[in-house]
Design a protein around this ligand. Sequence first.
Ligand SMILES: *Cc1c(COP(=O)(O)O)cnc(C)c1O
Length: 404
Amino acid sequence: MTDPRTQLIHHPYQPPEGFAAPQPGVFKASTVVFPHVAAMRSRDWKYKQGYTYGLHGTPTTFTLEERIATLEGGLQCVLVPSGLAAIANVALALLKTGDEVLIPDNAYGPNKALAEGELAAFGIAHQFYDPMEVADLAARIGERTKLVWLEAAGSVTMEFPDLIAQARLCRERGVTSALDNTWGAGLAFNAFDLDGQGLGVDISAHALTKYPSGGGDVLMGSVTTRDEALHLKIKLTHMRLGLGVGANDAEAVLRALPSIALRYRAQDDAARALARWCAQQPAFAQVLHPALPGAPGHAHWQQVCGAADARGNGAAAGLFSVMIDERYSAAQVDAFCDALQLFKLGYSWGGPVSLVVPYDLAAMRQRWPAHLARGTLVRFSMGLEAVADLQADIAQAMAKALPA
Ligand SMILES: *Cc1c(COP(=O)(O)O)cnc(C)c1O
């Protein structure tokens, strides 16, 4: 039983005596009472030997933490109230005044904003590196560098970096690496074993808001590790910041986890079918999806994700972007997005409803990436609607707003 899809369903759980339901119970508490003072003094919240206070864990959150660690190939996990809180928890646990963090220029935007805002105010420096040039990252790692963020595929522009070379570089230089693993979700590749020989990242931060929730109705994040000392560092900061998650939200994610692989594959299939179709539409100067031959980082995607699908297709999240040809004005692109009926205007992904967002890429990057056509970028995320309906929706919006 080594496949996480099976492990997630047949995962250790001890139901109350005589109530052998497979789905775990929901336990809600701030106070946890102790039988005597000795028990109160001996239980340490840092370890999962016992319960001390709701903020430090309940049977429900411990179960979810263990399942997320299983999903990601990690050993320890902490839950936080959002994916962004996972990023912040990692940064605040590992960085102090005088240190430096390196972030890929195509990282999830609020990760960069945290560095430019609070971290800079705390005297923590940052640099944004070119995710597609390992040499650029190598040149920027210095004495003060204490954390390197990795992200695959990149946010919005979907480049797949040479994750193996990046992880190896961090290891060689003795710098802690943290991957924003929301896109891979523990399904497209194993963040802790990228090359099949144990080379991986040190930390995986994951927006459970996306695939693990799957419903578009929960905000949650996780930080997963394989090193007890590193986990403890993250856990201490987690405790001191008072981060915790609600039991009903944890239950919603526990309920959705058994179907995560099915949903991931369905949204992957839909995204690839639509991306291929979009690649034939003249209104789109470029289609950005790492599984498309010719897409930025396609070979790196194949190397890391190519083995993750029994059918030999590789695995990818249900997202892609199009670069709408620069002959169309920003107003025409807005009109295209407004004309979509099934694709709703909204952030996030991984839920049942397909979503679309137009982005002002020039404002999001240090410089315009050389591998990107000029134009206006629009990102699609797949819900669970029929692909033919989604394709017809894009076609009718194009006909309305993007004349040939
Ligand atoms: C959504 C997302 C986050 C943040 O998750 P929230 O739960 O919305 O805070 C972080 N990283 C990536 C790549 C995301 O897509």
